[in-house]
Design a protein around this ligand. Structure first.
Ligand SMILES: Cc1cc2nc3c(=O)[nH]c(=O)nc-3n(C[C@H](O)[C@H](O)[C@H](O)COP(=O)(O)O)c2cc1C
Length: 261
């Protein structure tokens, strides 16, 4: 049975927020698929701002976040939901990460000049972000940097992987139809996350099919190219269809000999 911890990172507790509906659906579907799920709602959690570096290196997480740390440590798979605010995560979510992903818990700095030891190896993650702009635009024009930084400099640095990412663009003003489609998507993602071996098998079959297609395509292109180049090299006599390639040179020589003799 998979242990999944879902972090609902929207600062606003209002039920009108899309993120809450999405994370609700994900949690329900993951439980229905057999996973054990814990949930952290940041809008109901006291998250003090981290202000002093010594607190980060030397102290443990504030009392209000100890349970959250336990839930993170317990999980095989972490799912983070947040809305895109000013190109990245809301400040409350960032404060939560700074307070919980501490040395000795998420990574171990050991000594000076040493690459941090990754304490979250073996965990995977999914990051689901809603945004007002089209997702394609965020990915291309903005390079998705505000989310990539979190994935690479925090999650991957602590040893978490693989990390999947879902961007839902045009959020806030989405049509009902689109909203329902996103809820259905959450169910599919929760089912996939609950059975990662089945997903890996599907990915392997798809990759093998793609490789076979590529190989078949390359071979067909090779056959086509070699037959066109042979046709190109034929003499006019061969092209007329009267002679074989092997016989043509001799036949032309013989035809020329009497005139030049
Ligand atoms: C403070 C704030 C900053 C925002 N910044 C961005 C932004 O940089 N890019 C963007 O596409 N949408 C931005 N939005 C729109 C939100 O991402 C969007 O309203 C949200 O994803 C909708 O989900 P919700 O109903 O759960 O809040 C911002 C919204 C707020 C309130």
């Amino acid at each position: 049975m998979r242990h999944i911890t879902v972090v609902d990172g929207h600062p606003d507790p209002s039920e009108a927020r899309l993120i809450h509906a999405l994370s609700d659906r994900y949690v329900g579907a993951a439980r229905a698929a057999g996973s054990e799920v814990r949930r952290i709602n940041l809008s109901h959690t006291h998250v003090p701002m981290l202000r002093i570096a010594e607190d980060f290196y030397g102290a443990s997480a504030p009392e209000s976040l100890r349970q959250a740390q336990e839930d993170i440590a317990w999980a095989d798979h972490l799912v983070f939901f947040f809305p895109l605010w000013h190109g990245t995560m809301p400040a409350l979510f960032k404060a939560f990460i700074e307070q919980t992903f501490r040395p000795g818990f998420a990574m171990d700095y050991g000594g000076k000049n040493r690459f941090p030891k990754q304490l979250f190896k073996g965990k995977s993650a999914r990051v689901i972000v809603t945004m007002g702009m089209p997702a394609f635009f965020y990915r291309t024009a903005f390079g998705g940097f505000g989310v990539k930084g979190f994935e690479r400099s925090t999650l991957a640095l602590c040893g978490i992987g693989p990390i999947s990412e879902t961007f839902l663009g045009g959020a806030g003003g989405e049509s009902k139809k689109r909203g329902y489609a996103w809820l259905d998507l959450m169910e599919r993602l929760a089912e996939q996350d609950s059975a990662p071996e089945a997903r890996r098998r599907r990915q392997f079959v798809r990759a093998a099919a793609r490789a076979a297609l590529l190989l078949a395509g390359s071979y067909a292109a090779y056959l086509l190219a070699s037959s066109t180049s042979k046709a190109w090299m034929r003499t006019p006599a061969e092209a007329s269809g009267n002679l074989t390639v092997a016989g043509s040179v001799t036949a032309e020589k013989e035809a020329l000999t009497p005139e030049h003799a």
